[in-house]
Structure formats: C-alpha cells, structure tokens
Design a protein around this ligand. Structure first.
Ligand code: COA
Length: 326
C-alpha cells in the first residue's frame, strides 16, 4: 500500500531578523551573507514561544487541509533538535494541544534531515497498515541554541515549523514512492552542540563558553553536503528507474542557495522548478523541507501528478531524500 500526503501546513514566527539587523550585532555585511548563502532574512520565535508552539500551529494547518480532527490521528512524529524539554517529547505536547488523545507520539532527532526521516517512518507505519493517519512535523527554535556573537553560525539559521498528514493512497499511484536515509557518525563533531547532553551538561563553564550552541566547520560541511546530495539524487533516480527529466520539482533542504543550485544542476532542473525559501527563512533545520513544501503546495506550484524530489542534509552527519508522486 502506498502512502499519500493529504495535507501540509507551516508556521513562521512574526519577528523578522534581516541581514541589516545582523550587521548591528556581529562583524558581517548583507553582501557577505547574501552572496555566500542566499539568505536575506529569517524568523525568530517570540520569547514565550517554544518548539511545540510552532509545531502545533503547523500541525493544525495540515490537519485542516486533510479534513481531519486531532482525535482521528493515530501517530504524531516531531522531528526536532531543539525540543521544548529534554523529556517528555515535544510530540506529546503537540498531541495534548491538538486533542489527538488516541495518538502515539514520539520525537525524532536527525538534525536537518529530521523531516525526511520522519516522513520515511510515517510512510512505513501507513504502508504496513499499522496506522492510517500519521502527522509528521519538523519544528525548530534554533535561535535559542545560537551564539549571537559568532558570525560563522548566527547568520545562517532561523525558526519555524512545517507539517504533513500521511494517509493510505486512494488510487495506489499518488503518494510516497521511495525514501532513502543515510548517516555517517564518523563526522558527528563537524556540526554539533558540545554541551547540554549527558556527555557535557550545561555547567557554569559550558555556559560561559556557550558550548550549548551550534558549532560548525562550515566549509567541510559544505563540501560533504554537495557530494552526498548528489549521491542521493542518483540513488533516488536509480531506485525508481527514472531520468533527471522525469523530476518535476525539487524541494531541497534550505541551508545555502549554492548547495541548492548544485543539486538543481545535477538534476538539470531550471531554478523555477526548485522551491527556494532560504532567502526568507534561513536554515530552519528539520522545519525547512516541510516549510518549503507547504509554500509550494499552497501557492499551487506543486500540483497533482507532479513528481517531486525532497532532500536534506545535516548534523550526524545525516542525509536523505524521498520521491513523491503528488
Ligand atoms: N560575515 C562575514 N564574514 C564571515 C562570516 C559572516 N557572517 N562568516 C564567516 N566569515 C568569514 C570567515 O571568517 C572567513 O574569513 P577568513 O578567510 O578571514 O578566515 C571567510 O568569511 C570565509 O569563510 P568560509 O567558511 O570559507 O566561507 P564559505 O564560503 O565556506 O561560506 C558558509 C561559509 C558557512 C556559508 C558555508 O560554508 C556553508 O554554507 N556551509 C554549510 C552550512 C550548512 O549547510 N550547514 C548546515 C547543514 S544542515
């Protein structure tokens, strides 16, 4: 049985932080940020907003599009690396707010590839017949885990959430065709938060050194991202016996416009067939792919019958992709 996406949703906090704002905070320029990353602005959660608050709004919109009530949902998966609490799960908080009292709920951490992982797992639950209504969400409040004095990282990320409702495909044609997940733990420390976990609790010294914030060797990560995303595109095409021209839309992880353009070139796709939100959202980690997907669906760019390739890359290092017959 194939799994289709019955609804999508997204949420962005109101506050916009522009490159001009960042020029006043760190030694950077709009020109540097725009030319190296493609980012012009990003959203920042209000002080009272946590990841679940963003996830709940995106989840509500996705349920509405799918014509479902919270009480009809069987499972909620929230992909995030910035949960409200270490425990209980953010998914459990989303369950409570949506009145999804029947649903099982858990969080999944695969950094920026989190939504692709959540989609793959949700697909398995639906296609196996175990559950018929699964809500998958990618949500982050990364702004709480950035060093706002480190220009190497703070200009890159933003807050947001995106969601999708998975149901059994009615015609067996529309839906998720294949999913592809990867991880290479040998490069775990190229992109990580050194403190805040059991290896290094956030003690006074870790706090003073801001070790709970994102640390990244951007240049290394960039090179590996381009290679691995190229590999995963080949893998998706090969697995489904497709050629580049069979793909109608690319919904890439929104980390850097140069990485997105490299993947588009690989697929020989013109940029009007690539969904780009990085200019306005920055890198929202697990939220980036479902945010871009929701924007493309609601603006009628992606339509029924389109072949859509989703991909992402992030800490872990993780990477992966999915092919969807929309
Ligand atoms: N403003 C101005 N200068 C900056 C800067 C900023 N915000 N951030 C870094 N620089 C400087 C660096 O200090 C460096 O200066 P130096 O040459 O004097 O040492 C210079 O710019 C070049 O840095 P480099 O890291 O080589 O730039 P880059 O072209 O690789 O771009 C990234 C940096 C981070 C944009 C890029 O590496 C990237 O996008 N990496 C992948 C990020 C990613 O995808 N991460 C998440 C995966 S989910």
């Amino acid at each position: 049985m194939r799994t289709s996406i019955a609804g999508t949703g997204s949420y962005l906090p109101d506050r916009v932080l522009t490159n001009a704002d960042l020029e006043k905070m760190v030694d950077t320029t709009d020109e540097w940020i725009l030319s190296r990353t493609g980012i012009s602005e990003r959203r920042i959660a209000a002080p009272e907003q946590a990841t679940s608050d963003l996830a709940i709004e995106a989840g509500r919109m996705a349920l509405e599009m799918a014509g479902l009530e919270g009480g009809e949902i069987d499972l909620i998966i929230v992909a995030t690396l910035t949960p409200d609490y270490l425990f209980p799960s953010t998914a459990g908080l989303v369950q409570r707010a949506l009145g999804a009292h029947r649903a099982a709920a858990f969080d999944l951490e695969a950094a920026c590839t989190g939504f692709i992982y959540a989609l793959a797992i949700g697909d398995l639950f639906v296609s196996s017949g175990k559950y018929s209504r699964v809500l998958v969400i990618g949500a982050e409040v990364l702004s709480r885990f950035l060093d706002w004095e480190d220009r190497n990282t703070c200009v890159l990320f933003g807050d947001g959430a995106g969601a999708a409702v998975l149901v059994p495909s009615e015609d067996g044609i529309r839906g998720i065709v294949s999913t592809h997940l990867h991880n290479d733990g040998r490069m775990a420390e190229l992109l990580h938060a050194p403190a805040g976990g059991s290896r290094r609790p956030t003690d006074a010294e870790a706090l003073a050194q801001k070790l709970y914030t994102v640390k990244m060797q951007g240049n290394e990560v960039f090179k590996i991202a381009v290679t691995k995303l190229s590999d995963v595109v080949d893998e998706i095409l090969d697995a489904n016996g497709l050629k580049e021209e069979d793909v109608d839309f690319l919904v890439p992880h929104q980390a850097n416009l140069r990485i997105i353009k490299a993947t588009a070139r690989k697929l020989r796709l013109p940029m009007d067939k690539v969904i780009v939100t990085v200019d306005r959202h920055g890198n929202t980690s697990a939220a980036s792919v479902p945010l871009a997907l929701d924007e493309a669906v609601r603006s009628n760019r992606i339509r029924s019958g389109d072949t859509v390739l989703l991909e992402a890359f992030g800490g872990g290092l993780t990477w992966g992709g999915a092919l969807v017959n929309w």
